[in-house]
Design a protein around this ligand. Sequence first.
Ligand SMILES: [Zn+2]
Length: 421
Amino acid sequence: MSSLALLHASQLLTLAGPKRPRVGKELSELGIIRDGGMLIRDGKIDMVGPSDQIEKSLTALGHQVPEGGKNVEIVDLGGRVALPGFVDAHTHLVFGGNRLDDFERRTRGETYEQIAKAGGGIWSTVEKTRVANEEELFEFTKKRLDWFLECGTTTIEAKSGYGLTVEDELKILRVVRRLNDETPLEIVSTFLGAHAIRRETSTDKYVELVINEMLPRVVKERLAEFCDVFCERGYFDLEQSRKILMAAKKLGLKLRGHVDQLTNSGGAKLMADVGAMTADHLEKTDGGGIAALKSAKVQPVLLPGSVYALGSTSYPRAREMIGAGLAVVLATDFNPGSSPTPSMPMVLSLACTQMKMSPAEAISAATTNAAYSLNRGDKIGSLEAGKLANVAVFDCEDYRELAYWFGIPQTHSVYLRGRRT
Ligand SMILES: [Zn+2]
């Protein structure tokens, strides 16, 4: 048995609390232990408490503190902040190329239509993703995973959606599976075949392809836990989205959805109707949509990075959602077009400055609530005995500094299942 003791965090944010997503005032309760420490055995948390308590039990076990001893390593965190590794519950992790030209065109004030006409937009990413083989996509994405780790993220949800043919969608999901198997990060897979409409076919024909060919293959090869759709004017309408989601549900997949991002089209209500785990984006969702999410216990996943990067000011109504009792989640929406950031600390900053969430609410939304939205609330998202030892340590003394300083990396070290990365 190998053991690790982490001692002397200025604040150890345990996020200990009820075994369910946090709502209302619970979002502000971070379970902080001052001069906190923890004992980790075989990748799992064994004990959490004040450092002197952890030291005492180490001494009782015959170990020298601070030197450690046989099979126990002791690490002094030096008065830094420690918390559960971030859980990024919405990313488009695997894609070919980048969208630098689109980015520059947007700075010149060009519209989405102008950019698409010039060969940019989602289609340029689909083309670059299709020409890349599995090995190339794997290598390319593996490098990006380091960015996530450097920002303190230890679990990532990853969607397909830049293939849009049966083989290309499966290729992306296989890359996700390999990244999960061959890197220390945990990567949760979501099938998003209905991300954009194929140029080659009509929308209805494409919906049939998604339902009749893609979904059965994805399920047969166990390539995804979740199914997602982009429900939006000009993409997949309410009925097409419902059809795809219900077909996925029948096959045993859990549901997420991109809804109400550009227009308030009733997407939040759809996600409530179909019994989705999450409704994501929600920039345009109104009071009726919020009430529907509440009654069906759907978790809203808010993505302020994409609002910021598109130069918009239309942030989702986080305060109203928290007031209504929704178990809010924050994520990066990492993708080459509208949100090229892997940084959860940047998302915390945006949540506080633009959506008026408190630093504590933002941290709950980025850890424990995000874990529940991925059906992993019993394993990750808080630092409690029995959970995986996924810990992020930041070079600051007060957790509020995570959202306060922005544009500079504060990550000191990251532990995945008790191993320093
Ligand atoms: Zn997205």
